[in-house]
Design a protein around this ligand. Sequence first.
Ligand SMILES: O=c1[nH]c(=O)n([C@H]2C[C@H](O)[C@@H](COP(=O)(O)O)O2)cc1CO
Ligand SMILES: [Zn+2]
Length: 159
Amino acid sequence: MAKRSDYISWDEYFMGVAILAAQRSKDPNTQVGACIVSSDNKILSIGYNGMPLNCSDDAFSWERNTTEDNKYFYTVHSELNAILNYRGGSLEGSKIYVTLFPCNECAKAIIQSGIKAVIYRDDLYKDTKEVKASKRMLMTAGVAIVQYQPTGRKLEIEL
Ligand SMILES: O=c1[nH]c(=O)n([C@H]2C[C@H](O)[C@@H](COP(=O)(O)O)O2)cc1CO
Ligand SMILES: [Zn+2]
């Protein structure tokens, strides 16, 4: 019997995990997921954007359109969460799949943790100074930037 042929690719698998992780986010506007993978395709860590540990999702603000109390003071970005969630040692030489292009703060953490490639899906904020600074840093530091190529494959998951 021939082996199954409609299995998902590595890229679909890792971006799919990032997309699923994003579904854990409580952010009412933007849900972001990240999946860090070793050079031999083992998942090392996963993260999504959310409040820090012990800072209740219900006590801290999710507002975005105010300079008063707002979510930007508090939320940990998915990429940083994925980096900080890793408990196994070094991320040197790994790659990160992320549903949204990393901001400049995440780019710093990506570079410093030794991640060598960013595979991103959306680039919603590409015209912002933060994302331009992020790209400049990642490129200067030799981190590969690759846009995920959607395949259009749809999977139904019953949970
Ligand atoms: O790199 C990122 N990673 C990440 O997790 N985020 C999170 C922070 C916020 O919770 C949300 C962005 O919110 P908004 O699109 O409403 O500005 O996404 C935002 C960025 C910015 O690109
Ligand atoms: Zn960020």
